[in-house]
Design a protein around this ligand. Structure first.
Ligand SMILES: [Fe+2]
Ligand SMILES: [Fe+2]
Length: 330
């Protein structure tokens, strides 16, 4: 990729992106691909060149990939849900509004489901709303993979939206043994809103662990409601990749690794495998170094968990091109 740089900011060692001519347009002052030396920069300045085409390696970040929930919908949801959480605290929840939000998330996820792209907003001024939306997105991906019908998916997403409603803000510590928020949330919703039992139970048990060491009832294995087993994976994944907390967030790659390494411990192994079949080992947004020396970013997952990598403006099916991933950068 070429960027045009003010000559005052150009440094020795940078590479010229295309031939640079003198003002007459006949004489090449410096050729494309030349590595600039201090003397070259001095000379070019003297010849009246003020901006230079400089070659830079294209480095994409996950912000360059369109999020699963597009920004317009995301912003609306984030605003609305922040109000919703306030309403719950005041005992005024409008269930119809939550159902509408759940349907919007479901529709968007269904539209993109076959693309196998999971790209979430990782930072927001409204962290609790962000966490609710993302947990909803991941849960619905898992729900679709498990064959849930629309009505069941809807209940699952409503549970995801409301699961941390008793939190002031989301917490990164996903093993909240001493935290009573699932009980509080269930109480708030049951008392005021006559909420569906499947939703209430999944919220109550979203911090149970598959090995029975969770909270609040130490339920084990499949005695944990299936919605709660889904929520716990979605909740953990989003909490790990979130940049709303001080300190370093996990990359999507590290978060998937964490989920896999806790399969059968924290999480239901069957549901983990459905989740991984969708996001892949190298999820969307993973920055990788390839065996051909290029650096790229995973833009989606192909069949068989093969990542489609974008590097230097090209889309690479690494299997077809006989390239492998040398290492994960982030
Ligand atoms: Fe929670
Ligand atoms: Fe949560």
């Amino acid at each position: 990729m070429i960027i045009w740089k003010n000559i005052e900011l150009v440094e020795p060692g940078e590479i010229v992106g295309e031939d640079v001519y003198d003002p007459s347009g006949f004489i090449i002052l410096i050729k494309e691909g030349s590595v600039l030396k201090e003397g070259d920069i001095y000379l070019l300045k003297n010849r009246g060149v003020s901006i230079l085409p400089i070659y830079v390696e294209e480095v994409l970040t996950s912000e360059d990939i369109e999020p699963t929930i597009d920004m317009e919908l995301y912003d609306n949801l984030s605003k609305d849900l922040s109000n919703t959480f306030e309403e719950v605290k005041n005992g005024e929840l409008n269930v119809k509004k939550v159902v509408k939000h759940s349907e919007e998330i479901m529709k968007k996820v269904l539209e993109k489901y076959n693309e196998k792209i999971l790209n979430l907003i990782r930072k927001d001024q409204k962290p609790l709303a962000r966490h609710a939306i993302n947990t909803g997105v991941i849960s619905s991906i898992i729900g679709i993979s498990l064959g849930f019908d629309d009505e069941t998916l809807n209940k699952l997403i409503i549970s995801a939206i409301l699961h941390d409603v008793a939190h002031e803000k989301p917490v990164r510590d996903i093993i909240e043994y001493y935290d009573t928020h699932p009980i509080k949330a269930t109480g708030m919703l049951r008392k005021h809103f006559n909420m569906n039992d499947d939703v209430l139970l999944s919220i109550l048990h979203h911090h149970e662990r598959f090995d029975g060491k969770g909270y609040p009832r130490n339920l084990k294995g499949t005695s944990i409601p299936v919605f709660a087993r889904i929520l716990s994976i979605a909740d953990a994944y989003d909490t790990l990749i979130s940049k709303d907390f001080p300190g370093k967030a996990f990359s999507p790659y590290e978060a998937v690794k964490f989920i896999i390494s806790n399969s059968g411990k924290m999480f239901d192994p069957n549901i983990v495998s459905k989740f991984v079949q969708y996001v892949g080992i190298y999820p969307t947004g993973t920055v990788v170094e390839l065996s051909n020396g290029e650096r790229g970013i995973v833009v989606k997952v192909l069949s068989g968990l093969i990542p489609l990598v974008k590097a230097n403006g090209r889309l690479l099916d690494i299997v077809k091109e006989k390239i492998y991933i040398k290492k994960v950068i982030n």
